[in-house]
Design a protein around this ligand. Structure first.
Ligand SMILES: Nc1nc2c(c(=O)[nH]1)N[C@H]1C(S)=C(S)[C@@H](COP(=O)(O)O)O[C@H]1N2
Ligand SMILES: [Mo]
Length: 161
């Protein structure tokens, strides 16, 4: 599946589709994402610094995306990868209630932001609500394993809005 490049793409030449990796790999363009049932989540993005914003985020249910990629039942975490190298691990139970949003408060993210997709899930701290998602990856993490080592959250770029 392909679509013509657009001059006003905010993503520049970043990889366009979102890859979902379970037992199989599926890649979805933002157009494909809109074919899924729409889920809206009211979610507060809360920064460790104390700043917070609340909005309604709409997009494809993470649960459906994972099912499409045949997520292994033993999945413990979903690792969300983003365009800027950001990687965040979300406990699978929380991720399943999440949404891969393309819309905030009824407006396409691509019209207002430097990114077209964002991962949102209830109860997840703002630092893990990745913008500009490139991949949702199913992981099975051993109980003793250090989750921090699977993440890269230190890039916070205030210019990526
Ligand atoms: N890809 C990506 N996602 C990211 C970040 C980032 O640097 N890169 N910063 C995180 C942090 S620390 C916060 S607090 C929120 C900020 O979201 P906002 O720009 O909507 O306020 O995005 C999160 N998602
Ligand atoms: Mo943050």
């Amino acid at each position: 599946m392909s679509r013509p490049a657009s001059r006003d793409r905010p993503d520049g030449d970043a990889p366009d589709p979102v890859l979902v990796s379970g037992r199989i790999e599926q890649s979805f363009t933002t157009g494909d994402l809109r074919e899924f049932p729409r889920r809206t989540l009211r979610c507060t993005v809360e920064c460790a610094s104390g700043e917070r914003t609340t909005a309604e985020w709409t997009g494809a249910p993470v649960e459906d995306l994972l099912a499409a990629a045949d997520a292994p039942p033993e999945t413990t975490h979903v690792r969300v990868h983003a365009r800027d190298g950001y990687r965040a691990c979300i406990p699978a139970v929380a991720a399943l209630d999440g949404v891969l949003a393309d819309t905030r408060d009824g407006t396409l993210l691509s019209e207002t932001s430097q990114y077209r997709t964002r991962f949102l899930a209830p109860g997840v701290d703002g630092a893990r609500l990745a913008k500009g998602v490139t991949e949702l990856e199913c992981l099975t993490v051993d109980p003793g394993e250090d989750i921090d080592r699977l993440e890269t959250l230190a890039l916070d770029d205030p210019g990526f809005e």
